[in-house]
Design a protein. Structure first.
Length: 189
């Protein structure tokens, strides 16, 4: 994993139709998996940062002009809610993965760029789930072997830096919720 790209992948999975009952393949380096979740995480954090900077600039203006009013409090409350929404969306982007459908995976170029090629009844997916990079291998099997006609194997790798990101997002959420609560109390009185 480099940035938001899986740049190298080597897989070994049981596959009865492959030589020795095992398929071994390497993803060709010219096609990389972009992990949209990490892009979304970064975009939400960037928007939250921008909103905080804009709110800070507005607060500075109000401070210099000494024009704090109820509307000022509502402006701050609105900014805090907006930042909280972005932080929540950033957290959700990596905690609740949006997995591609089998059809999306089949048509996704990186899944067809293995050497040797993936067997026709195999699909691969990489995604983030909380603090882990997941590689899921989907094997289409007869209905007798699995009711849904699909066997799924999963391998995962811990990404410690995402654990720290999640902790920071959780801390930010708690602080924003406290701030919003205090602002709502002040505005209502």
């Amino acid at each position: 994993l480099l940035g938001d790209n899986v740049i190298q992948a080597e897989i070994t999975v049981k596959h009865a139709k492959s030589t020795g009952g095992v398929y071994r393949g390497v993803a060709q380096p010219d096609v990389q998996w972009k992990l949209q979740q990490l892009q979304d995480l970064g975009n939400h954090i960037a928007r939250a940062s921008t909103q905080l900077c804009e709110a800070d600039a507005r607060m500075l203006e109000l401070s210099h002009s000494r024009q704090f009013t109820t509307e000022s409090g509502e402006l701050i409350l609105s900014a805090a809610r907006s930042v909280k929404d972005e932080i929540c969306a950033a957290r959700t982007a990596i905690v609740l993965p949006r997995k591609k459908s089998l059809l999306e995976l089949y048509n996704f170029p990186p899944t067809r760029r293995f050497n040797p090629p993936l067997p026709q009844d195999q699909l691969l997916s990489f995604y983030i789930s909380s603090c882990r990079l997941i590689c899921a291998c989907y094997h289409m099997v007869p209905k007798q072997a699995a009711p849904q006609g699909l066997s799924i194997s999963v391998a995962e790798c811990q990404l410690s830096y995402l654990d720290e990101v999640l902790q920071q997002l959780n801390t930010a959420m708690i602080q924003l919720e406290k701030l919003i609560g205090h602002l709502e109390t002040c505005i209502s009185h």
